[in-house]
Design a protein around this ligand. Structure first.
Ligand code: ATP
Length: 380
């Protein structure tokens, strides 16, 4: 017996729009019941991948399979139209019919599929209850809040009980509080229904909080697929580190040092450890704002700015010519002009080859970096 095929599979899929290669040789396998997110900056091809899965675009090359069955394959002359792919879709601009009530909006797709009125009533009632819309069935869209409208759009997609649910930035029109509430709602819904879900977003918080796995895309290609923890802690490239980790990532140019004291010299720090690369290799060391430790033995910094974020403070500290961003507990008494000293926490840093920007293995010998004595002497 062969194993169950992935719910959705893309094999070397390419899609061009004129001269633009929107999707470039993409391989993906989404497992049954997975919440799978396509994450990347604007224009990287996320929406096009989703539309290819939905059957709203045709690939020029490669093959797409749903539940093991080819639904698009130019080589085999196969193309199953959107209406026959059993996918539910929720888009950013979820147009509800303004002249129809909530119930009528949700029932619309069932009517088009010829479901009997009695079954329709049951399915709509279930979908409304699932989305906590039971009391709003008779309202018109203009009588609903943004979050409620979004839930109606979701109910409309779920009522047909699709094998696969596709969502394209469904929360982007909502304000910050509603987005957070809807994130929780989507997670609950997925846990309850277990529908295979492909979700498109450029918001790393959404991707990290919702997904079982994330595919990070850039320029039409998938650059890394992994769990939120993998993508966050072990980014495959410098781009993934910068895009997924945090907008305040600290980047230090460094050089791999040979025995007897192996490690990396990076800015004012020496990072003791082993790198399986030629000594002299130029690297970029990425240190998240939270990956520092305050210690009197560290590199002294002059605090230039303090940003209060609520749970913590984000400090901007200078050790000429370097400027670092450092997250510290909110109860630390610091202000502009304060002096602190820090070292990077080595198990939390990431190292990349400076020319290829691909991750390089780094096995720290110690838990923390230390001030680089040679760098210190070089300063006046
Ligand atoms: P966003 O987050 O801004 O929606 P995206 O990652 O979803 O971006 P796509 O919408 O998939 O990106 O677009 C990928 C590339 O293909 C972009 O360069 C875009 O301009 C181009 N593109 C998408 N659709 C079309 C189209 N119908 N005609 C021409 N070019 C298109």
């Amino acid at each position: 017996m062969s194993a169950r095929p992935p719910a959705i599979e893309l094999l070397r899929v390419t899609k061009r729009f004129g001269a633009v290669r929107a999707v470039h040789g993409v391989d993906l396998a989404v497992q049954t019941g997975e919440f799978f997110t396509l994450l990347g900056p604007s224009g990287c091809g996320k929406t096009t991948v989703l539309r290819l899965i939905a059957g709203l675009e045709r690939p020029e090359e490669g093959e797409i399979r749903i539940a093991g069955r080819p639904v698009a394959s130019p080589d085999r002359g196969v193309f199953v139209p959107a209406a026959r792919r059993q996918v539910g879709m929720v888009f950013q601009n979820f147009a509800l019919w303004p002249h129809m009530t909530v119930v009528e909006n949700v029932a619309f797709g069932l009517q088009a599929r010829g479901v009997s009125p009695e079954e329709r009533r049951t399915l709509v009632r279930q979908a409304l209850s699932l989305l906590r819309l039971d009391d709003l069935g008779e309202r018109f869209p203009h009588e609903l809040s943004g979050g409620q409208q979004q839930r109606v759009a979701l109910a409309r997609a779920l009522v047909t009980q699709p094998q696969v649910l596709l969502m394209d930035e469904p929360l982007s029109n909502l304000d910050a509080n509603l987005r957070a509430a809807m994130r929780t709602e989507l997670k609950r819904l997925h846990q309850q229904l277990g529908a295979t879900t492909v979700y498109v977003t450029h918001d790393q918080v959404e991707a990290l909080t919702l997904s079982d796995r994330i595919a990070v895309m850039r320029n039409g290609r998938v650059v890394q697929v992994g769990t939120p923890e993998e993508v966050y802690r072990q980014p495959a490239t410098l781009f993934v580190a910068g895009f997924v980790a945090s907008p305040n990532l600290n980047l230090l140019q460094g050089t791999v040092q040979a025995e007897p004291r192996s490690g990396i010299r990076a800015g004012p720090f020496f990072l003791p450890g082993r790198v399986p690369a030629e000594p002299g290799l130029r690297v970029v060391v990425a240190v998240r704002p939270e990956a520092w430790r305050l210690t009197p033995d560290g590199v002294p910094l002059a605090v230039e700015q303090v940003q209060f974020t609520g749970p913590d403070l984000l400090l901007v500290g200078r050790a000429d010519p370097h400027v670092f961003q450092i997250r510290v507990p909110a109860d630390l008494h610091v202000g502009p002009g304060s002096r602190i000293s820090v070292v990077p926490v080595l198990p939390q840093i990431n190292v990349f080859d400076a020319s290829t920007e691909v991750a390089v293995e780094f096995v720290p010998d110690e838990l923390e970096g230390v001030p680089d004595a040679a760098a210190g002497r070089a300063r006046p």
